[in-house]
Design a protein around this ligand. Structure first.
Ligand SMILES: Nc1ncnc2c1ncn2[C@@H]1O[C@H](COP(=O)(O)OP(=O)(O)OP(=O)(O)O)[C@@H](O)[C@H]1O
Ligand SMILES: [Mg+2]
Length: 324
């Protein structure tokens, strides 16, 4: 197995705060991997260590096979990075921002690359407009183009869709998928949107208070905590006693003429259905657990997305206003 990112027993202490408390995970080549967690979980700290912006207290981090402490310059050459904050120069045009980034990374043939990226992202006609005239979605596109300009193997994105409206977020998801599939980039992103981790990423590490509490595909994580619920509406002729506890059934409940069965995975529900006389079942439905329930069960608290977004939006408005 080839890993793009390897993290072993990573610890980061800020005085009395354990920002990272012994975390380990690997990101496979070509994967979209997410760190999902609430405020203060340690997401940005992890990204900052992997992008060599800060150093760990202990533990090992390798990016593209290179140890971040041993050769940060070589790591930087392999990566692109999209910050949680907008980092563009407002007074410069999109092309000028891209040029600056290209110069920082000594990228050859930058102009053709920049134009190609802006074209793919559908904003080539705004290439020579100042960023101050750009919408938030367009700014994010320029930032992602900046991360891609040096053609890096691995892209880091810290909360790429924070504070964006639903349509813009959807548009960015498509763009991130495109960067992964068509540009062949491995992507590590952080998010505190369940939906984002669920829909966009191949694997998720749930992080809370500096610790990773679960790693897996969205389906694995949901199955781990919740289990699928098979709700069957039974006809009076159905013999309720024929439903018995088994290895695949973790819970049976009867409510009115319904039998509500919790199973470990979807395929178990199908096996169970096959055993019964379907003529005696009026209706049935499968309900899958959400990542939300998974998070709640694993951490004992909700990720509380809404309050978070409002606060972030406010912060972003204040920041943008003070800049002008
Ligand atoms: N430079 C710093 N000095 C002191 N403490 C810090 C510093 N940076 C982060 N921390 C603390 O480390 C912990 C993890 O912070 P981090 O920014 O990594 O979390 P996060 O998951 O990115 O949160 P958010 O969703 O708010 O961005 C927090 O308790 C934070 O207050
Ligand atoms: Mg953060």
């Amino acid at each position: 197995m080839e890993y793009s990112i390897e993290v072993k027993h990573l610890v980061k202490k800020y005085r009395d705060v354990n920002a990272l408390d012994d975390i380990s995970f690997n990101v496979k080549k070509g994967e979209i991997f997410s760190l999902l967690g609430p405020n203060g979980a340690g997401k940005t700290t992890t990204i900052n260590i992997l992008t060599t912006l800060t150093q760990q207290t202990s533990g090992i981090a390798k990016v593209g096979g290179i140890d971040v402490l041993k050769d940060p310059v070589a790591v930087k050459a392999k990566i692109g990075w999209v910050s949680a904050d907008i980092i563009l120069d407002e007074d410069l045009t999109a092309m000028e921002n891209l040029h600056l980034q290209a110069r920082l990374q000594a990228t050859k043939d930058w102009k053709t690359k920049a134009q190609g990226l802006l074209k793919t992202f559908g904003i080539l006609e705004s290439a020579n407009k100042r960023i101050s005239k750009f919408s938030t979605g367009m700014r994010k596109k320029v930032e992602i183009a900046m991360a891609l300009i040096s053609d890096p193997e691995i892209i880091f994105m810290d909360e790429p869709t924070i504070g964006l409206d639903v349509a813009t977020r959807q548009m960015l998801w498509d763009l991130i998928r495109d960067v992964n599939k068509n540009h062949g980039k491995t992507i590590l992103l952080t998010t505190h949107y369940m939906e984002e981790a669920d829909e966009l990423t191949d694997r998720i590490a749930i992080i809370n208070k500096g610790k990773i509490i679960a790693i897996g595909t969205p389906t694995e994580l949901k199955n781990k905590v919740g289990g699928t619920i098979l709700d069957m509406e039974l006809l009076p002729s159905f013999d309720k006693k024929s439903i018995k506890k088994s290895k695949s059934i973790s819970k049976i409940e009867f409510r009115d003429d319904h039998a509500i069965i919790t199973v470990k995975k979807d395929s178990d529900a199908v096996d169970i259905l096959k055993k019964f006389d379907l003529k005696k079942i009026k209706t049935f439905k499968l309900t899958k657990p959400s990542l939300d329930t998974a998070f709640m069960k694993l951490t004992g608290s909700s990720i509380n997305q809404d309050t978070d977004t409002d606060y972030r939006k406010l912060y972003s408005i204040i920041r943008n206003n003070t800049r002008r």
